[in-house]
Design a protein around this ligand. Structure first.
Ligand code: AMP
Ligand code: GLY
Length: 417
């Protein structure tokens, strides 16, 4: 089987490793890929520079399955999955219209309301005046820009001052360009990431995870792409998982079918466990990063066959199985992250890591050595029979790896719900 994975980060590195462990021993390509993905995983390079050249390349090279790691191409042009369908290439990733579940916060909110899926109340606003009217002096409030904002489009505002500042930047100065804004009820509670593999009306819930979004220990400081993750079937009780399935996952999949959105691929539910039960904060049309790096080592079986069958509309849960135990992923981020980004710092200690997996996110090879390439740099992932075991192993192994200015949270996996 020939597979082409779209993406370049730590999530794609983990996906490619897991796909490569499938019994059919697939030949894997990655676009745009990274030095580590090509060199360490042996993934072939793709001679393409945009969606159209990628689709043409896949067709000319008889690719059997396209796997969307990241979301961007799903909503580029007429959409990666739509173009794959036109070329007869099975795609594990949703079509353009379904990918609006992630691309438009207002679309997602209307979807949740239409299908009565528990979520915070929200009002869509076109300008500053509408936003102020919707806030109506009630704080804390959550403001979400409804467009691409490189992860900076959400502000949890404790008071009028922070809200006014965000509104000024986003709705007056138009820092992210034109677009609407959602004023959303502020929810409280621990967050959990739930992943499902969805193929039309069928779904399979995978191992749940928790990510650590803030840069600082104790969940302090600005939001990042994720500084680490913990994953286990034991993260949530069977009763809670059943409630999440009945109230959120099943109605979402039924809603996608009812709306004719023909969803295929991983679907990520960002949930908050409130006093009134689990509520959805966001959908993402892809796996989480860094949750993927923690979850993939807990999946066994034929992931390549599972994704191919799912992309063809035949979800077959028997092709994969879930390991018990815990997985902890520690991220090493570059100096200055998330405010700024620094590259070209020499990475040491990679060869000392034992009994843990290393996934590269922001590295490159220079003069035969691995150096940083900005942002989140590496994920070190360890498995343990219990949480403590996985936590200790992951941190001990991550501590062996270093580069100037490296940042790592020492409480990943320790700070629990
Ligand atoms: P998002 O970009 O939608 O994932 O939001 C980023 C983060 O903002 C989430 O992980 C939450 O921590 C926080 N957040 C988003 N929506 C809400 C909400 N309605 N209430 C409280 N916190 C929220
Ligand atoms: N870990 C958060 C995300 O992938 O969006």
């Amino acid at each position: 089987m020939k597979i082409c994975v779209v993406g370049k980060g730590g999530r794609e590195h983990a996906l490619i490793r897991a796909l490569g462990e499938s019994p059919c021993d697939p030949e894997i390509f990655c676009f745009p890929g990274s030095d580590a993905i090509h060199e360490l995983e042996g993934a072939g390079k793709v001679d393409a520079h945009d969606l159209e050249s990628l689709v043409t390349w896949m067709s000319e090279h008889d690719i059997d399955l396209c796997v969307a790691g990241e979301e961007s191409y799903l909503v580029t042009g007429s959409g990666l999955a739509n173009r794959c369908a036109e070329m007869g290439i099975p795609c594990w990733g949703p079509p353009f219209a379904a990918a609006q579940m992630e691309a438009s916060k207002e679309f997602a909110k209307e979807f949740m309301q239409r299908h009565e899926i528990p979520t915070g109340d929200a009002t869509g606003c076109a300008d500053l005046e509408e936003a102020q009217a919707a806030i109506a002096g009630k704080y804390p409030t959550v403001l979400k820009f409804d467009g691409l904002a490189a992860g900076k489009g959400v502000a949890v505002c404790p008071d009028q001052e922070t809200a006014d500042q965000f509104l000024q930047e986003v709705m007056v100065e138009r820092r992210f360009g034109e677009g609407r804004l959602l004023v959303e009820e502020c929810l409280e509670g621990p967050e959990i990431s739930i992943f499902a593999a969805v193929s039309g009306p069928e779904y399979l819930i995978l191992t749940p995870a928790r990510d650590y979004k803030r840069i600082g220990e104790g969940d302090e400081g600005p939001n990042t792409g994720g500084m680490g993750a913990v994953a286990s079937r034991q993260l949530a009780s069977p009763e809670l998982m059943k409630q999440i399935e009945d109230e959120i996952v099943a109605p979402t999949v039924a809603g996608l079918e009812k709306d004719g959105l023909n969803y295929k691929g991983f679907l990520y539910f960002g949930l908050m466990l409130t006093a009134d039960g689990p509520k959805i904060i966001e959908y993402n049309c892809r796996f989480g990063d860094p949750e993927c790096q923690a979850v993939m080592p807990l999946i066994s079986g034929d992931l390549a066959g599972f994704c191919l069958e799912g992309a063809k509309g035949n979800l077959n849960p028997e092709l994969i199985s879930f390991n018990e135990g815990w997985s902890v992923c520690c991220i090493l981020a570059s100096a200055g992250y998330p405010e700024s980004s620094r590259a070209d710092d020499l990475i040491s200690g990679l060869d000392l890591v034992q009994d843990a997996r290393i996934y590269h996110a922001g590295t490159k090879k220079a003069s035969g050595q691995w150096v940083t390439n900005g942002g989140r740099v590496l994920a070190i992932v360890a498995h343990g029979d219990d949480r403590e075991d996985a936590v200790e192993k992951a941190h001990a192994q991550a501590a062996q790896v270093d580069f100037p200015g490296s940042q790592r949270r020492a409480d990943i996996g320790r700070l629990h719900f």
